[in-house]
Design a binder for this molecule. Structure first.
Ligand SMILES: [Zn+2]
Length: 307
């Protein structure tokens, strides 16, 4: 990489810190529709909600009756049918949001609303969305989307949809962890999917804008005790370390604690071993027109320490 390019990168990296602070301070700072962080996050959950519903329907957490189960299947079908449509989700400032649809529909509606048919958009109140704390945003969005999509199936009871939205949201909270790291004006998003069972292996996914990167392999490095077999892993306390800029590339590091479940070969008894895992991604950055950056992965690895 040329020296002047490195200088530009360093300058931009210096500005990355205020960007993080600004994002956490909240407040609608979005011009246009669908361009901002929360809008992108809402679309992400909308596109992935069918999977969450499917997993949840395999448990008893999300539906306690055939009626609830059918409602969730109908919601899931709407997502599958409309996922690629534009303008399904519309984000408005408070004043414009209040003018959309019949205000008598439900005077308590503050965050989102829609109509009782399949072709309606879902309208979001940006001012209210930006009041939701960052760490509660994803679970709130899942509950809101379930509620509004439920109306589109014809269900009119807000209370019923709140109840089922909360069930799916609680399940989602249990299975997914997401941490964001702002680099060069956009977040790296590390998602961890885990069903939190002893006999379950987590999946990790790293995203930057439209780019997706797998986590470096780590499972085969987690040794069990003698005469036991690894049957599952749970991860906790996942967090980003400070971004390093070494020579001409970025190094991103995420740390996590792991608990490996090891079953004795002769009997169904499980013991566990704890490790600390560091995931590392090394990137070179290509500049592209329109202030876009392309992150070329040149190396990734996992480093394991036993507690
Ligand atoms: Zn409602």
């Amino acid at each position: 990489m040329k020296k002047n390019l490195i200088l530009i990168l360093k300058i931009i990296l210096t500005f990355a810190i205020p960007i993080i602070i600004q994002a956490k301070s909240g407040g609608p700072d979005i011009v246009g529709n669908g361009a901002g962080r929360i809008e992108q996050l809402t679309y992400f959950h909308y596109r992935n909600l069918d999977k969450t519903i499917s997993f949840c329907l395999n448990t008893t957490r999300c539906s306690s009756s055939n009626e609830e189960r059918q409602l969730l299947l109908n919601i899931r079908q709407i997502i599958l049918d409309t996922r690629t449509e534009k303008d399904r989700l519309i984000f408005l400032p408070e004043s414009e949001f209040q003018k959309i649809l019949n205000p008598d529909l439900d005077p308590a509606i503050r965050i989102a609303k829609t109509d009782f048919h399949l072709n309606s958009s879902i309208y979001f109140n940006l001012n209210e969305l930006y009041k939701i704390p960052d760490n509660e945003l994803s679970s709130n969005l899942v509950a809101i989307l379930i509620h509004e999509l439920g109306h589109q199936t014809g269900e009119r009871s807000h209370a019923k949809l709140d109840a089922i939205g909360n069930k799916v949201s609680l399940f989602f909270e249990l299975t997914k962890t997401e941490i964001l790291l702002d680099v060069l004006n956009a977040p790296f998003k590390l998602s961890v999917f885990s069903n939190r069972g002893v006999y379950d292996f987590p999946e990790l996914l790293l995203q930057y804008r439209e780019q997706t990167f797998e986590a470096p392999s780590f499972i085969q490095k987690l040794n069990c005790l003698k005469d036991t077999t690894l049957v599952g892993i749970q991860l906790s306390n996942i967090h980003w370390e400070k971004v390093d800029y070494i020579d001409d590339h970025f190094v991103l590091r995420a740390k996590v604690w792991s608990e490996s479940y090891c079953e004795f070969k002769t009997q169904k008894v499980i013991t566990s071993v704890r490790h600390s895992i560091t995931f590392e991604w090394h990137y070179k950055v290509d500049f592209q027109p329109g202030d876009q950056f392309f992150f070329n992965l040149i190396k990734s690895q996992s480093l394991i320490e036993q507690f």
